[in-house]
Design a protein around this ligand. Structure first.
Ligand SMILES: C[S@@+](CC[C@H](N)C(=O)[O-])C[C@H]1O[C@@H](n2cnc3c(N)ncnc32)[C@H](O)[C@@H]1O
Length: 300
């Protein structure tokens, strides 16, 4: 019977079963764990995501898709959910063998014949319509509310015109505002997290928009000749701060814009984006500095 892996666990922490299908929403092209039939897999290896609700959801889904007697091996860094992993598995009715390696807690279980409480955990972590009127899901960026950096950017964003892109579009907050301008003719939303991408597809019904599940650093066909780009770039990768990721977004935005095209960017004040902005753009204008965020308008 087939096997699956969720995420990319370090090889010296968890062994990935041979021929395993990938289930992480952060890897474009992977399968959605929610779409896998009950009791259809024999082995699952899981690098448990950090959020508590998201982690319970993924562990519950992994147990649901395993056949009774199948094996789940789950690991999480000690300081990002590892310490609660054994309790989580026990709450679902599993007998757990726990070990520790390389700052991770690793729990191995045989899927019992009957499970408890997994339906509630799956319901709690599932996509839902929020009071904002937008679809979201635990685990996606700022899943419960509009991020403060994006809110600041929306305060300063003029009515845009022509063709543009929203890089790291999330569930579509910025794109919805951009599409309020009737002069916008096309908008490409690029997002790495399949959960956010799925929500964006529900949140944006507009023929001018195309929504793509992809890594901004590797888009095909590449973005070109755009009039504008909007973005609140990520600065975390795999849970750790990664400033190079935001800097890569800035370079992609620059190469996507036509001469004279404009980037609208929001970023945490502490992030070192000025030098890459100055390298990649002709004019860089700080538009606002409030509540810990800086807003830039940069012209190519
Ligand atoms: C700071 S959030 C902004 C989300 C959304 N634009 C908003 O304003 O709410 C950055 C987004 O970039 C996405 N992301 C991270 N790495 C990415 C990559 N390499 N390519 C595309 N999107 C990425 C994240 O999943 C997240 O949704």
């Amino acid at each position: 019977m087939p096997a699956a892996v969720y995420g990319t666990p370090p090889a010296d922490v968890l062994e990935t079963p041979k021929g395993a299908r990938q289930l992480s929403p952060l890897i474009p092209g992977s399968d959605d764990i929610a779409q896998i039939a009950d009791a259809s897999l024999q082995d699952v290896a899981l690098l448990v995501p950090p959020g508590a609700v998201e982690a319970r959801y993924v562990v519950a889904q992994a147990l649901r898709v395993l056949a009774p007697g199948g094996t789940l091996v789950a690991a999480a860094p000690k300081d990002r959910g590892g310490l609660r992993l054994k309790r989580t598995l026990e709450s679902f009715g599993c007998q757990v063998a726990e070990t520790a390696r390389r700052h991770h807690r690793i729990c191995a279980v045989e899927r019992p014949a009957s499970l408890t409480e997994i339906e509630a955990a799956i319901a709690e972590g599932a996509p839902r319509l929020m009071p904002s009127g937008l679809w979201s899901q635990p685990g996606v960026f700022s899943w419960e509310r509009l991020d403060s950096g994006s809110e600041q950017l929306l305060r300063h964003l003029p009515k845009l015109k022509g063709q543009g892109a929203d890089l790291g579009a999330g569930i579509g907050w910025l794109s919805r505002a951009v599409l309020e301008s009737p002069d916008v003719t096309k908008l490409r939303l690029i997002e790495l997290d399949r959960r956010a991408y799925d929500c964006a597809r529900r949140n944006i019904e507009d023929d001018r928009a195309t929504i793509e599940w992809a890594d901004v650093r590797n888009i095909a066909p590449p973005l070109a000749d755009l009039d504008f780009v909007v973005m609140n770039p990520p600065f975390h990768d795999g849970g750790a701060e990664d400033r190079a990721l935001g800097q890569a977004f800035i370079r992609v935005a620059s190469s996507a814009l036509r001469k004279g095209g404009t980037l609208w960017l929001t970023a945490n004040r502490h992030l070192p984006y000025e030098s890459v902005l100055n390298e990649a753009f002709k004019v860089v204008k700080p538009v606002a500095d409030a509540s810990g965020f800086k807003i830039y308008e940069a012209r190519r």
